[in-house]
Design a protein around this ligand. Structure first.
Ligand code: ATP
Length: 269
């Protein structure tokens, strides 16, 4: 358990209210560059939240803060009720211990634009690696789950292939299976199809749709408006480090309220 003193303004424990992610006034700077300027965002369990916005608006940085890859400078983020670092503006930093960070990271799966697979391991070995190394799972059990996950993402016949012997779409599907092997309660996707040839995008989106149907909570940074419209429960439009507009994807896409959202959608639709 964390020994953090949780300030009252950090909000009620998310788990009690069915929230998987609860971000309040999140600020993040790199040197003098303030990238996140007070992000408020809530994602309920089982929801698919699509983050949309122009390049440089802070979408990836926000995802990386949720997964402890970046430390926030102010505000708070809770995942399933657990606090991920907290700092009042200019105040004392309440930091989690290394062990707590590691435990939280294990429950969050992340898929990157560039698949980040180990090139010297087969697809199967890539999926088995983390459960065995990080969770100290027995190899037999980890292998069994890896085989079933690779079958689930349509790669039952490619388990022995190395990443270099797979297409981009196949590599990304291995990366998704690898993240799922840790049995996460939250999946973060950072532009998972941006590095793919157009004809391979659909096969990765299909796997993500399947996960969504299964009730996985997902935050997806994407430029795939069709995916957001079809699969998303919530669309969050970010620009300049703030949430400009959010709501039901169908409604936001059909009737954006803010000029910045309108201008962005006019370019990508
Ligand atoms: N580690 C870092 N050090 C310094 N600046 C950074 C770092 N990471 C991101 N930035 C800057 O933060 C800003 C937001 O970047 P971020 O990648 O979060 O935006 P984004 O909305 O995801 O953009 P894109 O759609 O192009 O990926 C950019 O100006 C970027 O250059």
């Amino acid at each position: 358990m964390s020994e953090l003193t949780v300030p009252a303004q950090a909000g009620a424990p998310a788990a009690e209210s069915g929230l998987m992610v609860q971000a309040e006034q999140v600020h993040k700077s790199f040197g003098h560059l303030e990238v996140l300027k007070g992000i408020d965002l809530e994602v309920r369990s089982g929801e698919v939240c699509c983050l949309l916005g122009p390049s440089g608006s802070g979408k990836s940085t926000f995802l990386r803060c949720i997964n402890h890859l970046e430390k926030i400078n102010a505000g708070s983020i809770r995942v399933d009720g657990e606090l991920i670092g907290y700092r009042e503006h200019g105040g004392k930093l309440h930091e989690l211990r290394q062990k707590e960070v590691a435990a939280q990271r294990r429950s969050i799966g992340m898929v990157f634009q560039r698949f980040n697979l180990f090139p010297h391991m087969t697809a199967l070995e890539n999926v088995i690696e983390a459960p065995v190394r990080v969770k100290r799972e027995a190899k037999v059990a980890a292998r069994e789950r890896a085989e079933s996950l690779l079958a689930r993402v349509g790669l039952g016949d490619k388990m022995g292939n190395y990443p270099g012997q797979l297409s981009g779409g196949q590599q990304q599907r291995v990366a998704i299976a690898r993240a799922l092997a840790m049995q996460p309660k939250l999946m973060l996707f950072d532009e998972p199809t941006s590095a793919l040839d157009p004809e391979l995008v659909g096969e990765v989106l299909d796997v993500m749709k399947d996960l969504a149907r299964d009730g996985m909570t997902m935050i997806v940074v994407t430029h795939e408006i069709g995916f957001a419209r079809e699969v998303g429960d919530r669309l969050v439009f970010m620009d300049g480090g703030v949430v400009v507009e959010q709501g039901n994807p169908r409604e936001v896409i059909a009737n954006p309220v803010h000029d910045r959202t309108k201008a962005f959608l006019a370019k990508v639709l």
